[in-house]
Design a protein around this ligand. Structure first.
Ligand code: AMP
Length: 423
């Protein structure tokens, strides 16, 4: 019988491995500008490391780890994530005594026995980064800036969702309030959420079941319970990013499973990846180093999924090879001048724009746009444009939507607004 690879384990063939090279090189380049150094960690660790760092009652530790007994009867596990090993190494080598702040990144395979599907594998790869030794808002903003720089350099359209999970002072009060709320909706919640209500009520907010989503739509939100220092911290993170024109979305339903997660938490979602659209998750974990037997040193970090990133880049490359990102159809001379400026702005940022002459009829222009298979056409009419407006036509659904044409916006924001027409 033919021997094949194990279910959920993939070969990365040459037609894909080139892309991996591109994105790991970009990670190294982006991270080094922020002062990060690489840490290369073992694939196997003692099982108790993950039980302690990730938590005995999590899905990962309860049912997803590849654990086996070695010949000397010790229990070993193929690492399901990188943070636990970084912290073990940090404590083991007393890195805190050598430098006040450690900025470390890692790249490599992780193993989780999940149900395989597109974008979800049993061996997958992560690019992760951790900062140990600082707990101020500036460093949280810096980490998010670095992520943003990385995705921008790859020209990927992503949305950065951020939330504050509060701290040991303010979160317990919220947790109890949410538990009471959850109990009042008990019948509408799934079985999993019944368990979560006992163990960690915050998790009912990120349940994917339709019934639970509906039942928790008016759940109390953590933002209303934050203590003053947490509120200030979160406000400062947002201001710093806003000043740097980094767009973030505050998502009050974004939670993380474990107790030691606190304050800034985030997730990067790809536009156009289907259900496996999370490309990166991360957050602050101030109690973890201490919990692992080290000094009380705060930390924050993230992990990016390489397979999903590669899928995104492939989809984007396919699109690039096939069609321009947008077609601009101006009507008349005034609109033509405006179209000229919009096209210039978008092309400077690498978007492929087809610009038509304003002297041709709209019908002729649309025929050409159809032929080029562009996803969107920006129609700039003479009257509209003097009011600072245009119309976006989604060429797949053939629906029109009015759009404010703002030349002071960044090319990325402009493109986001145009693509938002299909949501
Ligand atoms: P986590 O360590 O669970 O916070 O995941 C961080 C990122 O790793 C996610 O946003 C995904 O992009 C990626 N990831 C997690 N689990 C898998 C998996 N089983 N297969 C592929 N990518 C994964």
């Amino acid at each position: 019988m033919k021997i094949t690879a194990i279910r959920g384990f993939r070969d990365i063939l040459p037609d894909e491995s080139g892309l991996w090279q591109v994105l790991t090189s970009q990670a190294r380049a982006s991270f080094s500008t922020y002062g990060f150094s690489e840490i290369i960690l073992p694939l196997l660790e003692k099982t108790e490391l993950f039980a302690r760092a990730i938590g005995e009652t999590t899905d990962i530790v309860e049912k997803e780890m590849y654990t086996f007994t070695d010949r000397d009867d010790s229990s070993l596990t193929l690492r399901p994530e990188g943070t636990a090993s970084v912290i073990r190494a940090y404590i083991e080598h007393s890195l805190h005594q050598k430098e006040p702040v450690s900025k470390l990144f890692y790249i490599g395979p992780m193993f989780r026995r999940e149900r395989p599907q597109k974008g979800r594998y049993r061996q997958f790869h992560q690019i992760g980064a951790e900062i140990l030794g600082r707990d101020d808002a500036l460093i949280d903003a810096e980490l998010l800036l670095m992520l943003n720089d990385f995705f921008t350099a790859l020209r990927l359209d992503v949305s950065i969702d951020v939330n504050s999970l509060g701290c040991a002072t303010c979160r317990p009060r919220y947790r109890e309030r949410l538990r009471t709320f959850g109990e009042s909706k008990f019948a509408a919640l799934c079985e999993n959420c019944h368990g979560r209500l006992q163990r960690n009520p915050l998790r009912i907010l990120d349940c994917k079941e339709e019934g639970c989503r509906h039942a928790t739509i008016d759940a109390p939100i953590l933002a209303d319970f934050l203590c003053d220092p947490c509120r200030q911290h979160f406000g400062q993170v947002q201001t710093l990013l806003h000043n740097e024109r980094v767009k973030i979305t505050v998502n009050p339903r974004l939670v993380r499973g474990l107790d030691y997660y606190c304050r800034t938490s985030f997730e990067v979602l790809a536009l156009g990846l289907g259900s496996q659209n999370a490309v990166c998750g991360g957050g602050r974990y101030d109690g973890l180093v201490e919990q692992m037997g080290g000094p009380a040193i705060p930390g924050i970090g993230f992990a990016i999924g390489v397979e999903r990133l590669a899928m995104l880049l492939q989809a984007q490359e396919r699109q690039n090879a096939e069609a321009p990102d947008m077609f601009i159809a101006p009507m008349g001379e005034v609109a033509e001048n405006q179209a000229f400026a919009v096209a210039r702005r978008l092309r400077q940022d690498g978007y492929r724009i087809e610009l038509e002459s304003g002297r041709r009829s709209l019908k002729a222009q649309m025929r050409r746009a159809d032929k080029l298979a562009v996803p969107y056409v920006l129609i700039l009419g003479e009257n509209e444009i003097t009011a600072g407006k245009g119309t976006v036509r989604d060429m797949q659904t053939k629906t029109d939507r009015s759009l404010a044409v703002d030349l002071s916006a960044s090319a990325q924001d402009m493109m986001k607004a145009i693509r938002a027409s299909d949501v």
